[in-house]
Design a protein around this ligand. Structure first.
Ligand code: UDP
Ligand code: MG
Length: 355
């Protein structure tokens, strides 16, 4: 029987988590042909999320959880989930039911067909989302798709199920600045896309304010394309050419018409413009440099504070120890009458106190 690992990154999801858990496990229990495990990753939550995860683990052996020492971001959480997943098929999904769990059985069937290594979901509308956010997101997908070598589908989610061999390929990509959608595309393999209508968050609030979303978009674009660097050098060549032509024009005009250069305003505008372009190019360079700097430090992608496997193993050990103690103690007593054996001697079926 195949096992499906469901990776769920959670940041302050106390309102949504129980609803998510109930709904998803109900659907998974309906799939008789596969077993499943949840891998919840508490990404440094400050609410009762970790507490809930501990309770899930206590009650349900199919639940495992990891807890980060602080907020490392959703991308780090997904990576940790991949490292700890044991299943034959790996699924990534959000904890707020915006990724419909009803699609999981369909994803499973597609993978079982053997033609695909990944079945991913993409939403075909953004109903309920703020217009500015919607506009920026769709711009991002368009730009990312144009300038990077990998295909970034409009409306693509991290929500997908993949085979073990694709998951192993994802794990090979141990970079610090992570952008999972790009990584999933970069590793290749055949992907089937399932479309669905946007669902609103079941409870709680989005954990992606606009500045965080902007950084995420930059990671996506810069992590998978060096085109901005190339564009800034093309820009440099263009402005050198334009400057050379302007100099030629002014020299010739002076030689023919003896007309010295006039126009302080034009000059200042040109200086500001060129200065701006230069700063922009240095900025682009800086963005790449900063990312290279973080990569060469080889810092861990996340740091664990708690791991349910270890917690549980520790609890099992303690339980076993308690059992052995009881066994040692109980062997000192007679099984028939409960008298302490060293004080008694067996006579027939019962114990008699020694004189
Ligand atoms: N999340 C996380 N770490 C973060 C931000 C988000 O683990 O730093 C999780 C969050 O708990 C949720 C998923 O990532 O399960 C998607 O976040 P959210 O629903 O806030 O994003 P949105 O759907 O609004 O883009
Ligand atoms: Mg969400």
């Amino acid at each position: 029987m195949k096992r499906i690992s469901i990776i769920v990154p959670c940041l302050n999801e106390q309102e949504a988590l129980l609803i998510y858990y109930r709904k998803t496990s109900e659907i998974m229990e309906g799939m008789k042909e596969a077993e499943f495990e949840f891998i919840f990753i508490d990404d440094g939550s400050s609410d009762r999320t970790l507490d809930l995860l501990r309770q899930f683990k206590e009650r349900d052996r199919r639940c495992r959880y990891l807890s980060f020492s602080r907020n490392f971001g959703k991308e780090a959480a997904i990576y940790a989930g991949f490292q700890y997943a044991r299943g034959d098929y790996i699924t990534v999904m959000d904890a707020d039911l915006q990724d419909p769990p009803e699609l999981i059985p369909q994803m499973y069937e597609e993978l079982e067909g053997g033609q695909y290594d990944c079945v991913a979901a993409r939403r075909i509308d953004r109903k309920g989302e703020k217009p500015l956010r919607s506009f920026l997101s769709s711009m991002f997908y368009k730009v990312a798709d144009r300038i990077s070598k990998i295909q970034v589908m409009e409306g693509a989610r991290d929500f997908r199920m993949m085979t073990r061999r694709m998951a192993d390929a994802v794990l090979e990509m141990s970079e610090y600045n992570r952008f999972s959608k790009g990584i999933f595309g970069w590793v290749g393999f055949q992907t089937k896309w399932l479309e669905y209508r946007n669902a609103e968050r079941v409870a709680g609030e989005t954990k992606w304010p606009l500045p965080k979303l902007l950084k995420y978009s930059l990671d996506g674009i810069l992590g998978f394309s060096t085109l901005p660097l190339a564009l800034s050098s093309y820009g440099g060549i263009f402005f050198c050419g334009a400057a050379f032509l302007t100099v030629c024009f002014l020299v010739i005009r002076y030689l023919i018409f003896h007309d010295p250069v006039q126009g302080w305003t034009t000059l200042m505008c040109a200086i500001f413009f060129i200065g701006g372009v230069q700063l922009l190019c240095v900025g682009i360079l800086g963005q790449y440099l900063a990312r290279t700097y973080m990569e060469v430090k080889r810092r861990p992608v996340y740091i664990l504070k708690e791991n349910s496997d270890e917690e549980y193993a520790q609890k099992e050990r303690e339980r076993d120890e308690r059992k052995t103690d009881t066994a040692a103690v109980s062997s000192d007593f007679c099984g028939d009458c409960g008298n302490i054996l060293s004080f008694t001697e067996h006579a027939g079926n019962h114990c008699r106190f020694k004189d």
